[in-house]
Design a protein around this ligand. Structure first.
Ligand code: IMP
Ligand code: MG
Length: 173
């Protein structure tokens, strides 16, 4: 079940998206970005970020999963990889949340092996204390403690992705 009031409201998330995309638009000025989203979790954040960018953008996705209920299995399955050529592109990798870092580390290695011109990583949420693999992050929305969260793309068993805010999720006993 969803507990208490939102951890981040729709307004807080909207302001953060504008702030992050503003910084990116300056950092990448004069360049074109290949934005790569990691589905399904990043779907809403990805859609909001790319619409707030003042830059030419092409898009593609990874579809990957590691979570069973609220536990990271550390075993990443990738169901789809970008069909867009990565070589020579300025890649901006976008995910909803970094937890152990295992998924992003794996996907980062995959991208780097394809010789992009540059690679930057953006996550909305960072659960720092859970990190197993260090991953260099360029854009971070919010740091959060070790709590399982849902909404704004994040799920529990594929539910709650459509909540327009982010809330803490607790399993019912
Ligand atoms: P990692 O490989 O442990 O860093 O896991 C990353 C992925 O697990 C994220 O991209 C999310 O899709 C999912 N995940 C991690 N923590 C949460 C959470 O609190 N709620 C929902 N999904 C999560
Ligand atoms: Mg994800």
């Amino acid at each position: 079940m969803i507990t208490g009031r939102p951890l981040f409201t729709t307004e807080q998330i909207r302001d953060k998206v504008v702030e992050l995309a503003g910084t990116m638009s300056v950092d990448y000025e004069g360049k074109e970005i290949l934005a790569l989203g990691i589905l399904k979790g990043a779907l809403i954040f990805f859609a909001d970020i790319i619409r707030a960018l003042k830059l030419p953008v092409t898009v593609d996705f990874f579809v990957a999963s590691s979570y069973v209920k609220t536990v990271s299995t550390g075993d990443i399955s990738t169901y789809y990889e970008p069909r867009e050529a990565i070589k020579g592109k300025n890649v901006l990798l976008i995910d909803d949340i970094i937890d152990t870092g295992i998924s992003l580390d794996r996907i980062r290695e995959n991208i780097l092996s394809q010789s992009p011109a540059s690679l930057k990583i953006c996550v909305l949420l960072d659960k720092k204390e859970r990190r197993v693999k260090e991953v260099p992050l360029d854009y971070v929305g919010f740091n959060i403690p070790d709590q399982f969260v849902v909404g704004y793309g994040l799920d529990y068993e594929n539910r709650y992705r459509n909540l327009p805010y982010i809330a803490v999720f607790k399993k019912e006993n």
